[in-house]
Each structure stands twice: as C-alpha cells, then as structure tokens.
Design a protein around this ligand. Sequence first.
Ligand code: UDX
Ligand code: UDX
Length: 469
Amino acid sequence: MIENFNIKNICCIGAGYVGGPTMAVIAKHCDHIQVNVVDINKERISLWNDKDLNKLPIYEPGLKEIIKECRNRNLHFSTNVDDEISKADMIFISVNTPTKEKGIGAGQASDLKWVEASARRISENAKGTTIVVEKSTLPVKTAETIKTILESSKKYSKNNLKKEINNFYVLSSPEFLAEGSAINDLENPDRVLIGGDDNDAIIALEKVYLNWVDKKKILRTNLWSSELSKLTANAFLAQRISSINSISSLCEETGADIEEVSKAIGMDKRIGSKFLNSGPGFGGSCFKKDILNLVYLCNFYGLEEVGSYWEKVLELNNWQQKRISKIIISKLFGNLFNKRLAILGFAFKADTNDTRESPAISICKDLLLEGAFLSIYDPKVEINQIQNDLFKNGDDNSRVCVASTIQESVEHADAIIILTEWEEFKKINWDKLVPLMRKPAWLFDTRGIINLQKLISLGINVWTVGKAN
Ligand code: UDX
Ligand code: UDX
C-alpha cells in the first residue's frame, strides 16, 4: 500500500538527451524533491558537472539556465548508480534502446540489454517501496519484463539471505520531447501519459507533474496503451514526413509547388499544418528505430500486412535521401570528381548538435563515393562527430574538411547543399557569397528555406525540393 506516497527522492538512470533535460525540468519545478541523475558514462557525467555551462553534453535552448539554477541545489549528476538507487522513492529508466545489431530481430527489434541491466541494478539495490518509471521508448510489454526482474528480488537476495521485502510498482510515462525544443516541450507538454495498473503509484507520479502541468493534460492509460502510444505517435509523425516527401517528388515533375500544397492541405483542420515541411528525409534517434520496432512487433504477432505498411514509411525516407544525392550528381554533369561542395548543415535538424540518423550522413557518403571534396559547416556539430559519422578508423578522410564559417565552406565551391534548416542559413548575404564560388555554380536547397528569385538574379543555378526546377 502506498497511499499518500510523497516522492522526496528521484533517481534517473541515463543522463542522455531524454534523461538530462527531463530531470532538469522536474528539479526546476519541484524544489522539495532531490533529483539524482546517474550514468555509467563517467565522461558524460563530468560534462554535466562542468563549471563551464557551455560544455554540457547536450545543447538545448534554455537548458543551461536551468542547470545553473538547480545543479547542486536539488539536481545532482553522478556515477554512483547503486547508491542513488538505494535512496530513491521513484526511479526513471532513461537508458538508450538502440536497434538490435545481432541475433533474433537484428536490424528491427529494440535492444533491451541496457533496460534489463537497469532493472537488475534496481532489483539489487532499491530499498522499501519504489516506483519504477519507464521513460525510454520501449516495445509493448517491456514493463512485464521489468516487473519480473524486480519481483525476483523478493524471492532471492545476493547471498540467499533473507533481505528486506521491497515493493515495486512499474509505470510507463514516455517522453514526447523533440530535440531543439526539449525544454519548451517539457515545460508545456501537449499531454503527459501515465500508464500503469496501480492507482496509488499513478497518483504519486501525477503529483510530481502537477507541480507545473495542468491536470487536464495528464492522461491515464493502461501500461500497454502507454507503451504503444509512444511508438504510434512517432510512427504517425514519420509517416507525415514520408507522405509530404513523396508528394515533393511529384511536384518537381508536374510544376506544382510543395509549399503551396502543404499550405493548402494544412489549412484543413483535420490534417493540421504542422510537420508538413518536405526535406531530405527524417533523421534523429527515434523515428527509424521506433518504426523498425513497430514492424518487428507486427510481424511477431503475425500481422505482416501491418508491418509492411509501416515499413514503407522507412523505405520512402531512404528513397528521398538517395533521390537527392542522384539529383545533385546529375545536375553537376554526372561527375563530382574533385569538385568542391559546400555542405551547410550536418545536424539532423536545426537547434541541436545531434547527428544520429542525420540525412546529411548518407547524402555526404553518396557524394564522397563520386569523388567529391566536401567542405562542411554546421554551427553546432563538432568536427570529431562529423569525422566519426562519415569514416571508420583507417579510412581516408582527406576529402572532407570542416569549415568554421559559412564563407570558408563556400569559397571556390562548385555547389552549396543546404541540409539543415539553421536560422543563420536563412539570413545569408548571397551578394557576398555567390562571387566566391566557381562557375557554373549551383545551390541545392533540400529544406526549401532560400528565396529563389534573389539567387537566380545573381546568376546561380538553383534546385529546391518540391519545386519545378
Ligand atoms: C532516449 C530514450 O531513452 C530512448 O528510448 C529513446 O528512444 C531515445 O531517447 P537518449 O536519451 O537519446 O535515449 O539516449 P542517450 O543520449 O544515448 O542516453 C542514454 C544514457 O544512458 C547514456 O548516457 C548511457 O551512458 C546511459 N546508460 C546506458 C546508463 O547509464 N546505464 C546503462 O546501463 C546503459
Ligand atoms: C521526435 C518526436 O517529435 C518526439 O515527440 C519524440 O519524443 C522523439 O522523436 P526529434 O527526433 O527530436 O523528435 O525531432 P522532430 O522534430 O520530430 O524531427 C524529426 C525529423 O523529421 C528531423 O530530421 C526533421 O528535420 C524532420 N522533419 C520534421 C521534416 O523533415 N519535416 C517536418 O515538417 C518536421
């Protein structure tokens, strides 16, 4: 019985893109709760603790300010995983759940080894009543695995000695934050989901959220609905992007304009105007992984038609990236050998330093295979990250240089390729930049953010996604 259970100490396992910002916002709004974020990665934790707030391991607008306010007040980062688990009333699991690389389900199913390891550590170290909350995106029914592991600690202890009986409650409360707007998404969520079957445990978590979230936005569901809602939300969002990207190719062929089409359909309230920007395809750590996971689940339950329906969303996404690479190559006379291409933007979207699954990776690799020389500029992504994304150890990396300004990247280039919609690219002074390029010069705007007329008047060839080119 945990009636009127007041949470005083929260532990979060995993100080990543989800765990870090989520706990920072909880700490900000709940100064009566001690929030301890733990991670097995020492380097990451020391960056979270660095005096220089510009060194935080994650860049999110607004995050620095919260860390400044709360760190060492009621927000702590450490590698003392077992200790912090033992002190906590509530433990969030925010570890990564990548796609499995080998074994059954390789290439599709989520790899749950880190989730299972976390559950085992909790089962060995937790004391008294503990509410365990799944924050990571997980396949449906993972809560059952977590429960089984936790329950086993009631039966066995390390030395087979009887130990204090623990009470564990498992809830699912998936995170819907998008990178780049994580703090705003956490502060003003569209909804907060709490899935579970114990009313008191649900109330205890609800009380935490109620410190800043309106009660009407807190949705209670059963465990499986909560887990499945997260996968489904991401699948629907990704599907919208594949849908609009499929139409972008038709616009290019027919003379329709994707911006006009997006606007026209978005004004239908049933469709809505958000998430209708065509581009080089979706990236990020979640969409691909979650759809693969959904496809795996469908096939596992014998629903092959449903699985292949969702698989098409991914196929279209890969096709859009390849399609763009091919267009660039063909416009540059089918030959990129020793041509210099300025790549503007490497992150998977603006306002983040994250490059996971970024379309820039596959497009740059295609261009490198054709012998191009790439001069890459991104305002937030580090050189090492770009090198790691494009090359394996021992590969020849001499055809890529990372520029520290737009100008440096564009000098002597045959073409500019805009791959991320950074605000500063929208404000480029083209009068100054275009003369620096070798002629005939091209601009490929895969995000549709540049004023075409201006560019054409400067005598540069322009290709934009979803427009007759
Ligand atoms: C999150 C979610 O948790 C994932 O399910 C979702 O689908 C994508 O976003 P994210 O926060 O982006 O993952 O992952 P990452 O930035 O890799 O952070 C996870 C952290 O967990 C890492 O710092 C890793 O060191 C840590 N970890 C992993 C542990 O502390 N313990 C482990 O046993 C495993
Ligand atoms: C996504 C979900 O939005 C979030 O709710 C979930 O918790 C995690 O996954 P994120 O991956 O951070 O968040 O970014 P998101 O803004 O959804 O963008 C994903 C990809 O879609 C990016 O590559 C982005 O450039 C692309 N995108 C988005 C488009 O191409 N067009 C659009 O209109 C919107």
